[in-house]
Design a protein around this ligand. Structure first.
Ligand code: FES
Length: 616
């Protein structure tokens, strides 16, 4: 038996048919609607709530717990809902426009890309010049012949297919051709002068978001930037969920790889269209990202990353034919996956170190990239150490009752005086993102509405607070909570609150990052006074208010005046490696130079973590 599912989204209605018992989340996905599903559809995060009218099985215990009073308003968890009649589904969240940070502090890099083009006009053959076609070409391009047998030619990089086409190409073009070269080899030969058409892309493949950049490789000019949510997020917010999914079966691993490729291809097509160029004129793509994301992109088995002792397949730079990864560009296009340091300090960190310039800066710098894992690097020209602190997804909103990513509708700043707040996109508030959560906790600490143990003031202790603050205390899902945005100002059915559980989540997350920083400082045998500069990388690092971060103990107060937000430093590093072979070499040196400190084996970290659970 099949049922009709009318999906109200973006002011229009799409209709899908669903078999009896079909999972609503899957029905929506098939209809092209991807919801935010940080728990991977396990029914534990509550983020896939949609409004359903008509039919439906009895709400599960998880739905009752996570949706509370929203159940009465028709909300259900799509991942827990089995279709058993014709229904209407209202997607209130689909209008979210991801505000994904693509901007980063880009240094001036002289264009010397790994893939180049060379136009040559060859002398026509004659009885006095009987050189073979390939030798004739190599003599005028400077590319070195590795030998005379076909196997040597293949080693040289001119694949058999290019060699087979060469005679016809030379003659039809009147011996005027352009070679495409990389790594000292000829990748392809094109008729006529095509040197003007040489473009490349750089990607930062984040667990949550993907940022892409299109460059002219001749001039080094940035032609456009674009971003989208990582489509793999439907399998969970964190890398472990993705790895678990990928290792379930060969088919699941392929699906994960294909999702990455589709995302890259979608962004590539968008950028090419906006710049008015042909995708076939893109010859190189450089990828930065954490170790897991790059493994999944390359189709490598990432399962060793998820379990102790945390072993990836490789941390080396990978130079692959883009075609092998299913990535659209010129048929000879090259995909370069940047080097990583360890299972949990990936190419994104290497790229951030590169683009921040900390590796060549005098004195000691600290780089912090706060995400589900907080990657932290300490050092400078004399050496660097790094760690990865498992902060959990609280700063990305995933474990927070009304948490959401940095998207339209998210409260991104909050002040207690006048209960002022700002919302991304200037729309009615629908949730709260990381910077808003940090602001809120800082403000409540300052007001005495949260004590140093992280407890929200109870009836008795709240008595000393100003009346307007007292009146904001309420109960959400059976938990004491504080109203950030009252119901009449939100774009959802009910107020936006921060609960006691949310505050515990923030305590855990900030303790992990702060303890990671203190562990590296202790490992290096230095004090905060020795640190001249703090680079804050990533989207969260760019939107967070430093004063609030220092107030809750996420960043050391002593360093608050030395902080510089460097934006999407991972994307900037990937761009630099796309434009410059020297930068690519520097990235490889950085990856080798960084010593990884495993926090799960560190007694210092355990002690510091407990200390940092308190709000000082
Ligand atoms: S509760 Fe449905 S995706 Fe998490």
């Amino acid at each position: 038996m099949e049922y009709r599912v009318d999906i109200h989204v973006d002011g229009s209605v799409r209709t899908a048919m669903a078999k009896e018992g079909a999972n609503l989340l899957e029905v929506l996905e098939e209809a092209g609607i991807l919801l935010y599903t940080p728990c991977g559809g396990r029914g534990t995060c509550g983020k896939c709530a949609v409004r359903v009218s008509g039919g439906g099985t009895e709400p599960s215990g998880n739905e009752r717990r996570l949706l509370g009073e929203r159940l009465e308003k028709g909300f259900r968890l799509a991942c827990s809902f089995a279709v058993d009649s014709d229904i209407c589904v209202h997607i209130d969240d689909s209008g979210e426009q991801a505000v994904i940070l693509t901007a980063g502090a880009r240094r001036h890099v002289v264009a010397d890309p790994p893939v180049k083009k060379k136009y040559v006009e060859l002398p026509h053959p004659s009885l006095g010049d009987q050189r073979p076609d390939l030798e004739r070409l190599l003599d005028h391009t400077g590319a070195e012949s590795g030998g005379k047998g076909l196997s040597d030619l293949t080693d040289m990089g001119m694949g058999p297919e290019t060699l087979r086409k060469l005679p016809a190409l030379l003659r039809s073009s009147g011996y005027r051709v352009t070679t495409v070269e990389a790594w000292g080899r000829i990748l392809s030969v094109e008729a006529g002068d095509t040197t003007a058409n040489l473009y490349g892309t750089a990607f930062d493949i984040g667990t949550t978001t993907v940022a892409a950049y299109l460059y002219c490789l001749n001039s080094g000019k940035l032609l456009g930037a674009a971003s989208m949510m990582n489509p793999q997020r439907k399998f969970g917010a964190d890398v472990i969920s993705r790895i678990d999914r990928a290792k379930a079966s060969r088919q699941a691993a392929d699906e994960m790889k294909n999702l990455a490729a589709e995302c890259v291809n979608g962004l590539t097509r968008q950028l090419a269209k906006e710049a008015g160029i042909d995708v076939k004129d893109i010859y190189a793509a450089v990828f930065s990202g954490n170790t897991t994301m790059l493994h999944l992109l390359a189709g490598l088995d990432a399962s060793g990353i998820a379990v102790s002792p945390f072993i990836p397949v490789t941390c080396r730079t990978l130079r692959l034919d883009a075609d092998d990864l299913g990535i659209e560009m010129n048929e000879c296009g090259q995909a370069i996956l940047l080097p990583c340091v360890s299972a949990y300090v990936g190419a994104d960190t290497v790229s951030a170190v590169l683009s921040s310039g900390m590796y060549e800066r005098d004195g000691i710098s600290l780089l912090v990239d706060i995400g589900t894992n907080g990657e932290i690097v300490l050092g400078g020209t004399d050496g660097m150490i790094a760690c990865s602190a498992a902060a959990g997804p609280a700063f990305e909103g995933a474990d927070i009752t009304f948490g959401m990513g940095g998207v339209t509708g998210a409260v991104d700043s909050f002040k207690l005086q006048g209960f002022r707040y700002t919302v991304i996109g200037n729309t009615a508030a629908r949730g709260i993102c990381g910077s808003g959560i940090v602001d809120t906790v800082a403000a409540l600490l300052d007001a005495g509405a949260i004590d140093e143990t992280g407890a929200l003031a109870d009836e008795r202790t709240a008595a000393g607070l100003p009346r307007e603050v007292r009146e904001r205390f309420t109960v959400t899902g059976g938990m004491r909570s504080f109203v950030l945005v009252p119901e009449q100002e939100t774009g959802i059915a009910g107020p936006i609150t921060i609960t006691q559980k949310d505050i515990r989540g923030i305590q855990n997350a900030k303790a992990a990052i702060a303890a990671g920083i203190e562990t590296l400082v202790a490992e290096a045998g230095i004090s905060y006074d020795d640190i001249g500069k703090v680079f804050l990388a990533g989207g969260f690092g760019s939107t967070i208010h430093i004063g609030s971060a220092a107030r809750i103990g996420l960043l050391p107060r002593q360093l608050a005046d030395r902080v510089e937000a460097v934006g999407n430093a991972s994307g900037s590093g990937a761009s630099e490696c796309l434009l410059s072979r020297q930068m690519l070499r520097s990235a490889e040196q950085i990856a080798r130079k960084i010593r990884y400190v495993e926090l799960s084996a560190s007694r210092i970290f355990s002690e510091k973590y407990i200390e940092n659970m308190m709000f000082m």
